[in-house]
Design a protein around this ligand. Structure first.
Ligand code: PHE
Length: 340
């Protein structure tokens, strides 16, 4: 009686295994029949009631049924795996005949682009391009520029001091001093470079930014010369003639000193958010070189004079490309930089 039941059960189970639609169904069937509380377990419990000889015979049949079922399950599992693999292979393929994309072309940082343009412009006007160190002496950064240690003008530039008494240059003006000593008069030089100030960083302030210093020393250099060169510079950058105005500005290393403003290029002077409704943009601090600075550069102020200016390269890049957050320029984020 048990034998017949077993036979029927195993045939039914094998048929169900073969008909299972997916791996989950298959597992459910396996648990239902082979599991600890499954149908076969129930049958083996009934075996206890049999005579020993009968028990051995039925035990064998039970094992055979179990093995047959396990084999059927295994076979079905393999079929499922093969089908899944085939499906994946049909979906994932490569066209090996497509041309390779190749390396993505790089581009220069917008500040570097502007810097190089200005270098080209000034070299065409007979200026030498100099560079100075980012770690400077206190003397070159301040004292030689007519800013003694007790002078309140030092507070205009919050300084990163180094433990050895040197500092991170707060402007490119120390290259004026190096340039005067190196070139001697008459001279024309520009010095682009990175400068550092101990600033709270926000959309318009950075601790690290770029300037471009300029200096010309000759006989009887006048403010008219200064204005001529500044207008040439600005025309070269903005590719149109710009209207400028001079306001008095205080920098201890120039006398007289100016803030050179340009008429706002966005609104044409009517007032807009970029020029803060004033119609003018403050762009170029400049002036005639102070006699003390000439002296500190080894040049006789009775024989020579000149002008100097400091262009904010970072500022200029922001204006030219209408970038409203300075942190974008310094952050190195390629998603931003790739557009240039
Ligand atoms: N070095 C000054 C600054 O960074 C700018 C400047 C340069 C002013 C040259 C006058 C002449 O603020």
């Amino acid at each position: 009686m048990l034998e017949g039941k077993l036979e029927e059960l195993s045939q039914g189970a094998v048929a169900r295994v073969r008909a299972a639609a997916n791996a989950e169904d298959l597992e459910a069937i396996r648990v239902e029949i082979l599991g600890r509380k499954g149908t076969l377990a129930a049958v083996s419990k009934d075996m206890g009631k049999l005579a020993p000889a009968e028990r051995a015979r039925i035990g064998k049949l039970l094992n055979a049924a179990k093995q047959g079922l396990e084999a059927a399950i295994e076979e079905r599992k393999k079929a499922f795996a093969a089908a899944a693999l085939q499906k994946r292979l049909d979906r994932e393929w490569m066209d090996m005949t497509l041309p390779a994309p190749g390396p993505r072309p790089g581009s220069l940082h917008p500040i570097t682009q502007i810097q190089m343009e200005i270098e080209d412009l000034f070299t065409s006007l007979g200026f030498t391009v100099l560079s100075g160190p980012e770690v400077e002496t206190e003397f070159n950064n301040f004292d030689a520029l007519n800013i003694p240690s007790d002078h309140p003008a030092r507070d205009m530039q919050d300084t990163f001091w180094l433990e050895d008494g040197n500092l991170l240059r707060t402007h490119t003006s120390p290259v004026q001093v190096r340039g005067m000593k190196r070139l001697g008069p008459p001279l024309r030089m520009i010095a682009p470079g990175r400068v550092f100030r101990n600033e709270e960083v926000d959309a318009s302030h950075e601790h690290t930014f770029y300037q471009l210093e300029g200096m010309m020393i000759d006989r009887e250099v006048s403010i008219a010369h200064l204005v001529y060169y500044m207008k040439t510079l600005l025309g070269g950058i903005f590719h149109r003639s710009v209207t400028v105005r001079l306001r008095p500005g205080y920098f201890p290393f120039v006398e007289p000193g100016f803030e050179l403003d340009i008429k706002c290029l966005i609104c044409g002077g009517d007032g807009c958010p970029v020029c803060k409704q004033s119609g003018w943009l403050e762009l170029l601090p400049c002036g005639l070189v102070h006699p003390n600075v000439l002296r500190n550069g080894g040049i006789d102020p009775d024989q020579w004079n000149g002008f100097a200016f400091g262009l904010g390269l970072t500022r200029l890049a922001m204006m030219r490309y209408v970038i409203d957050d300075i942190r974008l320029l310094q952050g190195g984020d390629l998603r931003f930089l790739r557009q240039f």
